[in-house]
Ligand binder design. Structure first.
Ligand SMILES: [Zn+2]
Length: 254
């Protein structure tokens, strides 16, 4: 049993027991925050607040899931960093490359718990047999969340033996590993050209419908990893990046 986070306590105090009930504007209102949408040029969202009241402005030009995450992110600042005036840029909101103690990452963690609360997502994940992109997309739609935010939560909830990793053309930008995985399963620093993910990023191959098998040494560097196979499946992210899901063999589980 994972302890309840502040965002989950808020949801439970409002009696929310399904993803469709997570009405962020209503939740903001109960916290003393008013929400506006208008076009913003240099940021995704801002918050201006006094001790009790805040005004949150979200970039009305962003897609719906992005707006939703940005609003939840600002509510995270309202919870953790009250009294500060903040302008959150595109690289501040929903950026998994920020370290865990970074204030933007704290706001992101709050947003993730508000939009994808463990107490609802945990039971939902038990109905998933195989951690494919299609299965994650279904969950993402139910929770009006982005696919990447959904997969991130699916990974940290430790239900599947998976690693997710984001690569650009030169390097790994970030990765997250299910806690059950042995720590020496550490994904390579840059994409091996033999992988399907590299074909997607450097070639023109599209998204595979199902995970495909790949020798583990294309993804990992520890001694003896060539004895194993992993399953990989990727999708494109904006800005010439791919996100790969790696499903690891039973031997990788602690
Ligand atoms: Zn922020």
């Amino acid at each position: 049993m994972i302890a309840l986070s502040p965002a989950e306590r808020i949801l439970l105090s409002l009696g929310i027991d399904s993803p469709g009930e997570i009405d962020l504007e209503a939740i903001a209102w109960t916290r003393g925050a008013v929400v506006n949408y208008r076009p913003l040029d240099r940021c995704e969202a801002t918050i201006v607040g006094s001790k009790r009241k805040a005004v949150i402005t979200v970039n009305g030009r962003s897609p719906p899931e992005r707006r939703r995450f940005s609003l939840a992110h600002e509510l995270g600042h309202w919870h953790h960093h009250k009294g500060k005036m903040l302008f959150c840029g595109g690289r501040d909101v929903c950026n998994f490359a920020n370290g865990p103690l970074h204030p933007e990452r704290q706001a992101d963690a709050f947003a993730s718990d508000l939009i994808l609360p463990n107490y609802l997502l945990g039971p939902r994940l038990r109905r998933i047999k195989r951690p494919t992109i299609a299965a994650a997309r279904e969950v993402a739609e139910e929770y009006s969340a982005s696919l990447t935010a959904t997969l991130f939560k699916m990974t940290v909830l430790n239900r599947f033996p998976i690693i997710i990793a984001c690569y650009d053309r030169t390097k790994r930008r970030w990765f997250e590993r299910a806690p059950m995985i042995q720590p020496w399963w550490f994904p390579v620093d840059s994409l091996d050209r033999a992988t399907f993910a590299a074909n997607m990023l450097f070639g023109d191959s599209g998204e595979e419908n199902f995970p495909r098998k790949m020798p583990a040494d294309a993804w990992f560097g520890f001694k003896g990893c060539d004895r194993f196979e992993v399953e990989e499946q990727s999708y494109r992210l904006p800005g010439e990046e791919v996100l790969v899901i790696l499903k690891l063999p039973d031997d990788a589980v602690a």
